[in-house]
Design a protein around this ligand. Structure first.
Ligand SMILES: *Cc1c(COP(=O)(O)O)cnc(C)c1O
Length: 457
């Protein structure tokens, strides 16, 4: 392959179907439970929240789910995304490993999130819906959904975690530019927000709180609004599999096959997007690629959380899910700048970590930013703080190869660029970014608030 650095697929190779892991899932899954009855949720309960097509995808046994043409038409604005070989990073590390990355930062809002936002907006419009409510942390998901709703002429109501709303106005302006309405969460807009603000007027908010508000706003809208989630759910992971399907073909163009595939994990969607098509090859075709999900030491749900039943939100409006969790009362530490702050983890990723099909690692934020800067200085792209977790894990793998002489092929997902996250990079350069490991005492405390569930599993 000489010195080829960039591997592009023609637009004609844009995937025609999403890959549905349900068809090959090697371990049994348990259903989500109703937060009050603690019995499996009914379709009626869920249909108040979500478009029916998405609920159907969550339980579909079909390996391939066709991507509707209007969704592909929008995907073509930035897909297929490029795959790069990070030759300059390899040289800098003096490693014999080959490092590849799939770059999702070329999407209009700079991350992988439009892959599902566009699909969700299409299905809502298709079913005659009018408006999505949602939560957002730093605003990446909110920007993606605002853009998608704008394309399909839908309303978009965003509950944005208050610390980010106050400290990161730029993504809010992106959302508003696409016509979305943005509220700081907790807000006075919902009963959930009001009760939290009464208890603590300075409540910083969390994704778990914002999810409660987004759900409440949908449930009390008399059917006018539905609720959209940007990660975690099976249909979200499904929509992201365009990433890994393209990467499989691009690795073939490069004449290599990855020994290890790495992604950062917040709710699990970009990791699954790149990893599930390779997991299919492991399960069906005896490939042995290691699949590594990387999380922050400040929010270590996979590596230090418990695999058990917990509420998906703070107030108890969302279903109870079997997952890796730090407890739904988890409030992320304010000093943590690296994103990936959700207390739980996608049920599919959780089950596969539990079964050993997926590995999990936690990396400190200072080390992730160090990796991100090394990547920027060699490859020229400043990664999103979230993506820095994958970058650092890939660097660690490549450094290990330098020592063992192993010519491993490493592929990671660069889930987004960091052009809106300069305050975090500033803190790193100024030396004010601190190391942080989530304290064991907090984990133990949060575990005492888990819901009591009798359901088997
Ligand atoms: C939202 C986001 C993540 C984390 O979400 P996942 O669902 O775990 O992928 C990672 N990287 C970027 C750039 C994001 O915007």
């Amino acid at each position: 392959m000489g010195d080829q650095t960039r591997f592009d697929l023609p637009q004609s190779r844009l995937p025609k179907a999403w890959y549905n892991l349900n068809a090959d899932m090697p371990v049994p899954m348990v259903p989500p439970l109703h937060p009050e009855t603690k019995e499996p949720v009914t379709p009626e309960f869920l249909s108040v929240l979500s478009p029916m097509a998405l609920l159907g995808q969550d339980v579909s046994p079909d390996a391939e789910i066709e991507i509707p043409e209007p969704v592909r038409e929008i995907y073509r604005l930035w897909r297929p995304t490029p795959l790069f070989r990070a030759r300059r990073l390899e040289q800098h590390l003096e490693t014999c490993a080959h490092i590849y990355y799939k770059y999702e930062g070329v999407s209009p809002v700079g991350s992988h999130k439009p892959n599902t936002a566009v699909a969700q907006a299409f299905f809502l419009k298709d079913e005659g819906g009018k408006c999505f409510t949602t939560e957002t942390g730093a605003g990446q998901w909110g920007s993606a959904l605002a853009m998608a709703c704008n394309f399909f002429d839908l309303g978009c109501e965003v509950y944005m975690v208050r610390v980010s709303y106050d400290q990161k106005p730029y993504r809010r302006h992106v959302m508003e530019s696409f016509g979305a309405t943005v509220y700081p969460s907790p807000s006075m807009n919902t009963a959930a927000g009001q009760s939290l603000l009464e208890a603590n007027p300075d409540h910083p908010g969390s994704l778990g709180v914002a999810i409660s508000e987004g759900i409440e706003a949908a449930v009390t809208s008399g059917g006018e609004k539905k609720y959209s989630l940007g990660s975690f759910l099976p249909h979200v992971l499904l929509h992201q599999t365009v990433i890994g399907q393209e990467a499989l073909e691009q690795m073939e163009m490069a004449g290599e096959y990855p020994d290890v595939v790495i992604g950062c994990a917040g709710g699990g969607s970009n990791f699954s997007g790149i990893a599930f098509p390779f997991l299919r090859e492991n399960l069906r075709n005896q490939r042995t690629t290691r699949l590594v999900a990387v999380e922050p030491t400040a929010c270590p749900s996979l590596t230090r959380g418990t695999y058990t039943w917990d509420n998906a939100d703070v107030i108890g409006m969302a279903p109870i899910i079997k997952m890796h969790t730090l407890g739904h009362t988890f409030i992320p530490p304010r000093i943590h700048a690296g994103g990936l702050r959700y207390h739980g983890m996608s049920p599919q990723v959780s089950a596969l970590v539990d079964s050993g099909h997926i590995e999990a690692q936690a990396i400190d934020q200072v080390d992730t930013f160090e990796g991100g800067l090394m990547f920027a200085q060699t490859e020229g792209i400043l990664p999103a703080p979230e993506s820095n977790h994958a970058v650092r894990a890939a660097i660690n793998e490549a450094v290990a190869c330098r020592e063992t002489g192993d010519e491993k092929v490493i592929l990671f997902n660069l889930s987004g660029h960091g052009n809106f996250d300069m305050a975090a990079y500033g803190a790193y350069s100024d030396g004010t970014l601190e190391r942080y490991e989530y304290p064991e005492s907090e984990i133990t405390e949060a575990m005492s608030h888990l819901p009591e569930v009798d359901f088997p599993g």
